[in-house]
Structure formats: structure tokens, C-alpha cells
Design a protein. Structure first.
Length: 136
């Protein structure tokens, strides 16, 4: 996995970029052969933390709000990386307005009830706990 950081990257993330990349690769293990570009945007609404999209078969672009605290930013990076892993592995498939989780269509599912968000929040929490233990 190759992760790059672009845009209005907060200084505290610039200092942590290599550690973040190494940590994410270590967490997900080998075999995640994809590119993820993290674009930091200082014009996102205050309540928005981030989102991710697939740019081609093995490339993803995540937008992250650059006006958040250290913890919120790290958590958002981890959260979007979980989605990248879900998409790359085929666990989550997005086709136009339809979303499929493990082959089952969830197009009418509420955001907070969707299995990909539930998993992303759980893994984000796990990753942040490990991050704090290792680097906190």
C-alpha cells in the first residue's frame, strides 16, 4: 500500500506521515496492493470529517477535513483507510447509488446502520488505541 498526503496538510500530520503510512500497512498486513491519496481540505464543513472514493481498480482518494484536532484527524485517516481496505478487498462494492456489503445490497440503509460504517468505526477505534499505545 502506498499512501500519499496532499493539500492543506496540518503540520502535526506532516510530522507523522511516515509513521502513519507504516502503521496502516502493519495493521492491514501485506497484500493490500493499492494507492491511497489523502487530500486535506480546509474548506470542508465543520461537521464533515472525511470521505473516500475509488479512482480506478486499485487507487482511492480520500478527502480529510484539515481543520480538526490531532485525534479527530488521525481517527479520520484510519476510518477512511478501513473503507479503502473494504473496497480493495471487495467486501464493499459501490455501483452508482447501490452499495453492496459482502454481496448483499444495502441501498436503503441509513448511514450509521450500514455494516461498512459499523466496521469502520470499530476498526478506527481499535487502530487509534493501538496508535496511542505505540506512539502516545
Amino acid at each position: 500500500m502506498n499512501i500519499t498526503f496532499e493539500g492543506a496538510v496540518p503540520d502535526f500530520i506532516t510530522e507523522e506521515m511516515q509513521k502513519l503510512s507504516d502503521f496502516v500497512v502493519e495493521y492491514f498486513g501485506p497484500g493490500l496492493d493499492c494507492e491511497v491519496v489523502m487530500v486535506f481540505d480546509d474548506n470542508m464543513a465543520e461537521h464533515e470529517h472525511g470521505f473516500i472514493g475509488q479512482t480506478n481498480d486499485d487507487s482511492y482518494e480520500a478527502e480529510i477535513n484539515s481543520n480538526m484536532s490531532y485525534e479527530e484527524t488521525i481517527r479520520s485517516i484510519f476510518h477512511e483507510m478501513v473503507h479503502a481496505h473494504q473496497l480493495f478487498s471487495g467486501k464493499l462494492v459501490v455501483e452508482k447509488s447501490n452499495k453492496y456489503w459482502e454481496g448483499q445490497c444495502f441501498s436503503q440503509c441509513e448511514y450509521s446502520d450500514s455494516p461498512w460504517e459499523i466496521e469502520a468505526h470499530q476498526k478506527e477505534n481499535d487502530m487509534y488505541s493501538l496508535w496511542e499505545f505505540k506512539y502516545g
